[in-house]
Design a protein around this ligand. Structure first.
Ligand code: SAM
Length: 333
């Protein structure tokens, strides 16, 4: 029954489409629903009455839990106000794992503190059967000096060369602001936000479902990472935009054999378990002092010898090979 939806963006009302999905059939569900803030979508009117909105939300949240496998995870992205209600719904039917704070400025709503984060609720169908992989992100560095931004409480000697394990506060992923990178959609999420979640809890070929697909961020992240996707979206225009984008996407967000998330030609999320393999693709300074002052850098020479099909940034590296190789990689500032 699920095959007809696999690797497709299906146009329609998600509650209707969910009815055609079997129980326990997908590995990850992610929802970024309308926030009921009168956003200017192409056709959807984002202004339900409070009770109407909440009743509707409980319905699709219940469907998300139903279709997720016992080993799978459920993510819901929204402003904190709505997540407090969502938690009430989810606590009755799934196991709480985390409230991920995604540090990103949002619009003020009357007499409030300046809202500066979105939340991503992370629930699991069954915490005893959960599939989960630890992931790492690059060390944060001071903009001018490029030195590590944190002092790690005098424990720099224990630093991981790539960067820390990802916590439940994400400050390194920014909203898609520039028009050059945006589709005609009022609230498109960054692809590498979804890639981080996907790397954390799914394996190659696992199925990722997004009932509010928008212009397809979840589907694109899934395709890049060799996962299967299902997207539901009410608006035909957004479905078309997504389908066109998907045609141009490749399944190759990899370093050698390992799936990783790239942003602007750097790896921004990798699995902890993959580091022993991936480290050979980097120039890594010998001492902690050097890591403090220098970012580790992908070894372009090794990448060029890597088969093209398993290497995302081949074109970038070949075009920039001379300048990259002639840069003084480990000279101190
Ligand atoms: C917040 S946006 C999702 C944006 C998406 N995460 C992205 O990055 O492009 C919510 C989307 O839900 C769609 N939508 C609203 N009601 C829906 C419904 N009942 N079923 C399916 N999609 C719906 C809207 O058209 C809108 O594109």
């Amino acid at each position: 029954m699920i095959d007809k939806f696999l690797n497709k963006i299906v146009q329609g009302d998600c509650l209707e489409l969910f009815k055609q999905m079997p129980d326990n059939s997908v590995d990850m569900t992610f929802a970024d629903p309308p926030f009921n803030l009168k956003k200017g979508y192409n056709s959807y009117k984002d202004n339900l009455k409070l009770q109407e909105y909440l009743i509707w939300c409980e319905q699709w949240i219940t469907e998300m839990v139903r279709v997720t496998k016992p080993t799978g995870s459920i993510f819901v992205h929204n402003i904190p106000k709505w997540l407090t209600f969502y938690s009430g719904f989810l606590n009755k039917q799934a196991d709480f794992k985390h409230w991920i704070t995604w540090d990103a400025p949002t619009a003020p709503m009357g007499k409030t503190l300046q809202p500066a984060h979105y939340g991503i609720l992370f629930y699991v169908k069954d915490c005893k059967q959960l599939k989960f992989y630890e992931v790492r992100y690059p060390h944060k560095r001071a903009r001018k000096s490029n030195m590590l931004a944190k002092d790690y409480g005098g424990k720099k000697g224990l630093l991981h060369p790539f960067g820390p394990l990802v916590s439940d506060v994400w400050t390194d992923i920014h909203r898609v602001k520039h028009n050059k990178f945006r589709d005609e959609h009022p609230c498109q999420l960054p692809i590498h936000l979804l890639e981080r979640l996907i790397l954390m809890i799914t394996d190659e070929n696992d199925i990722v479902l997004d009932p509010f697909s928008g212009t397809g961020t979840t589907a694109i992240a899934s395709k890049r990472l060799g996962r299967q996707y299902i997207g539901f979206e009410l608006d035909e225009k957004y479905v078309k935009i997504t389908e066109n984008k998907l045609l141009q996407e490749q399944t190759n967000s990899k370093i050698g054999d390992c799936w990783v998330s790239f942003y602007l030609d750097d790896i921004v999320t990798l699995r902890n378990n993959d580091w022993n393999y991936i480290k050979d693709f980097y120039y890594i300074p010998n001492t902690v002092e050097e890591i403090d002052q220098q970012q580790i850098i992908l070894k372009t020479k090794i990448n060029i010898q890597t088969p093209i099909k398993s290497f995302t940034n081949f074109n970038y590296i070949t075009n920039n090979f001379e300048s990259i190789m002639s840069s003084t990689l480990f000279e101190k500032n």
